[in-house]
Design a binder for this molecule. Structure first.
Ligand SMILES: NC(=O)c1ccc[n+]([C@@H]2O[C@H](COP(=O)([O-])OP(=O)(O)OC[C@H]3O[C@@H](n4cnc5c(N)ncnc54)[C@H](OP(=O)(O)O)[C@@H]3O)[C@@H](O)[C@H]2O)c1
Length: 273
């Protein structure tokens, strides 16, 4: 396959950084979208570009710059994102709106910026980095999972609209990937308060989960390979845990899934009461 032009958002760390490096190593031209240019990955073929996906001016300037420099964008990877976690009642309106601004509206803004040129060329790929939490939910994840469920719906609908123009749109659904995600997580204001009625849930957020995790390089390699598919499917899981939980959610009835989650929650709840 000939070398292509990638735009990866959120390329300072984690999956985005590893993906930018992976594509650059393969000889593709990679525009690494970052909020702070000094934190961009550095390698031959990587061109750092100022890009906060919630800033309309950045979004416009970034897409125009790439089109001026290269004439086209072959692959947009909507990766920028973070997690807001906490019991819904203890999350602020601002936190929830900020979550949607980046994870969901940021993804829409980027798609809007690249679609006209992709449509004219009758080619292009948009990859939306969702999550396994875009298919299944967890307590404390109401804000994050809603943003990822929204991405899933957006992906499905947009995919159908632009397929006639030769544009491919699909979602990737990572499980637990070893990145700075947890460090960068925004937690509810009450997460440290022992007297919170939701202390049992807050304890769950603080725990380290590392069980079946995947390295960021491995996740990036998988996403890179998926980006080369001529006819990609709607969505792909990334990581064994993602496939495992997704399969469980498909084969078990809702009532049983509810009970399984409730068991864990009840155990934590009993410790407080
Ligand atoms: N790690 C996981 O287990 C996991 C699982 C499922 C899905 N995901 C998804 O994978 C994606 C990447 O996350 P990660 O795990 O690699 O976490 P990460 O290491 O924290 O990386 C997140 C990246 O997004 C950037 N970002 C955040 N807000 C942004 C904004 N408004 N504009 C532009 N960039 C922004 C961050 O930039 P700064 O450095 O400037 O903050 C950083 O480069 C996210 O969409 C996340 O939801 C992660």
């Amino acid at each position: 396959m000939k070398n292509r032009v990638y735009l990866v958002t959120g390329a300072t760390s984690g999956i985005g950084r590893a993906l930018a490096l992976r594509a650059a190593q393969a000889g593709d031209t990679v525009f690494a979208g970052v909020r702070e240019l000094s934190r961009a990955p550095s390698s031959e073929n990587i061109r750092p570009i100022q890009l906060d996906v919630t800033n309309p001016e950045d979004v416009r300037r970034a897409s125009e710059t790439i089109l001026q420099q290269c004439g086209n964008i072959d692959v947009l990877v909507n990766n920028a994102g973070f997690g807001v976690y906490g019991a819904f009642e203890e999350l602020s309106e601002e936190q929830i709106r900020a979550q949607m601004e980046t994870n969901y509206f940021g993804c829409l803004a980027m798609a809007r910026a690249v679609l006209p040129s992709m449509r004219e060329r009758r080619s292009g790929t948009i990859i939306n980095v969702s999550s396994i939490l875009g298919r299944i939910t967890i307590p404390t994840g109401s804000a994050y999972t809603a943003s990822k469920y929204a991405i899933e719906a957006f992906t499905e609908s947009l995919r159908q609209e632009v397929k006639p123009f030769g544009i491919q749109v699909f979602a990737v659904e990572p499980g637990l990937i070893r990145t700075s995600f947890k460090q960068n997580m925004v937690k509810s204001h009450a997460v440290q308060k022992n007297d919170s009625p939701y202390a049992f849930l807050n304890r769950m957020i603080q725990k380290e989960y590392s069980g079946f995790s995947t390295s960021q390089e491995r996740a990036a390699d998988r996403i890179y390979k998926l980006s080369q598919k001529k006819r990609p499917a709607r969505r792909y899981r990334v990581g064994l845990d993602a496939s495992f939980y997704y399969t469980l959610s498909r084969i078990l009835p809702d009532s049983l899934l509810d009970n399984l989650v409730a068991l864990g929650v009840r155990r934590e709840f009993k410790k407080t009461s």
